[in-house]
Design a binder for this molecule. Structure first.
Ligand SMILES: Nc1ncnc2c1ncn2[C@@H]1O[C@H](COP(=O)(O)OP(=O)(O)OP(=O)(O)O)[C@@H](O)[C@H]1O
Ligand SMILES: O=P(O)(O)OC[C@H]1O[C@H](OP(=O)(O)OP(=O)(O)O)[C@H](O)[C@@H]1O
Ligand SMILES: [Mg+2]
Length: 325
């Protein structure tokens, strides 16, 4: 038996549902053989994949150590939990969900603190005046150290926080925080504000590959099949199929349409009877349909596309380049 590809996906939390939807959309539903308490599963439609259900932060660790080949987790957790992340994992694709910014936030009452430079001044004064260093509450210890160092801030100390980080300034256990924010509601509710140049990272969920895992044989072949489907679904999702037939439809008209409406002619120019198929992005669709009718089409149909399988496999090529580059 060949060794399986281990795909690590969130077992809980806010990314879980989106990850399931992401694979299902590409025709590869995550299936848990023995119900939701089974922490191993399979991926429908692709042979040789074993799904490991882990927490979002455990996924980063599994990718770094190579116990998982692929995983879906937030970039914030990758950068925080993996030392020199880019040498051990490859962030193959941003997935468009799980958006959150890792930010430096201070009390709104600190009206003189707008920038990281202002914060540096406050930190030095605080140290000089009290003999203590200002405390930064966070669970993003490594991201905080790196960012503060890049801004030349040294007069601070980190108070590790496991949860309710935004409450620490009011509770008197820290002066400021580094945490993630999405809507800003939690920061506002705790009378905190983001420092102007205090966005450490704009994070979202990523498809991440381990560069330390053993890819030989089975796993690489499984990844290729999985990525072929993901790529086909992605191309399909961003396009609509446009069909028409009219006598004056010729190659130059197709060139014009391709240039003006960012569409593609997947099967080339029109047939001898003027039958044409185009793939067109949603935002230029109506303009394209108007153009075709002005040029003589009496009917234009538009439909969704489920998959576009092409010769290339961009995700696989990206992985291959990182593994062999
Ligand atoms: N508003 C948000 N709050 C927290 N995490 C968010 C938010 N929006 C997106 N995320 C992302 O979700 C991921 C965290 O997911 P989740 O909360 O499931 O894991 P976790 O909190 O690390 O799990 P654990 O309970 O083991 O600590 C991070 O990558 C984070 O950036
Ligand atoms: O900017 P907002 O939209 O308000 O979101 C940010 C908040 O959401 C998350 O907390 P969560 O509710 O997950 O609680 P937890 O951190 O205790 O898990 C995160 O840790 C922030 O506290
Ligand atoms: Mg949380």
């Amino acid at each position: 038996m060949t060794t399986p590809l281990i795909l690590a996906v969130p077992s809980k939390g806010r990314l879980q549902e989106n990850v399931h939807a992401f694979f299902s959309r590409a025709g590869m539903p995550l299936t848990q053989a023995r119900g939701a308490r089974d922490y191993r599963g399979a991926l429908g439609g692709v042979e040789g994949v074993e799904v490991a259900y882990l927490s979002a932060s455990e996924i980063a660790a599994a990718l770094a150590s190579g116990t998982a080949h692929l995983g879906v987790t937030g970039e914030d957790l990758v950068r925080e939990n993996i030392h020199e992340a880019d040498s051990r994992v490859a962030l193959l694709e941003k997935l468009g969900f799980g958006h959150a910014n890792v930010v430096v936030a201070v009390p709104q009452a600190w009206i003189d603190v707008r920038t990281m430079d202002d914060l540096d001044d406050v930190a030095s004064h605080f140290h000089g005046r009290t003999g203590r260093r200002i405390r930064v509450a966070t669970k993003y210890v490594n991201l905080t150290r790196g960012y503060f160092a890049r801004h030349g801030i040294i007069d601070y100390r980190i108070v590790e926080s496991a949860g309710a980080t935004e409450g620490t300034p009011a509770a008197g256990t820290a002066e400021l925080i580094v945490d993630i924010t999405t809507t800003g509601a939690t920061l506002a509710a705790n009378a905190l504000k983001v420092v102007d140049d205090g966005i450490i990272l704009k994070s979202e969920a990523n498809l991440v590959a381990s560069l330390t895992a053993n890819w030989s044989g089975g796993p690489l072949a499984a990844a290729r099949a999985m990525f072929d489907r993901l790529g086909a679904e992605k191309r399909a999702r961003t396009m609509r199929e446009v069909r028409t037939r009219f006598a004056d439809c010729d190659a130059s008209l197709v060139d014009e349409a391709v240039a003006a409406y960012r569409c593609v002619a997947p099967f080339g120019g029109p047939t001898s009877s003027g039958m044409l198929t185009l793939h067109c992005p949603p935002d230029t669709l109506h303009a394209l349909a108007t153009f075709l009718r002005q040029r003589g089409a009496s009917m234009v149909t538009v439909g969704p596309i489920e998959y576009v399988f092409a010769a290339d496999n961009p995700l696989y090529e990206a992985l291959d380049a990182r593994l062999n580059g």
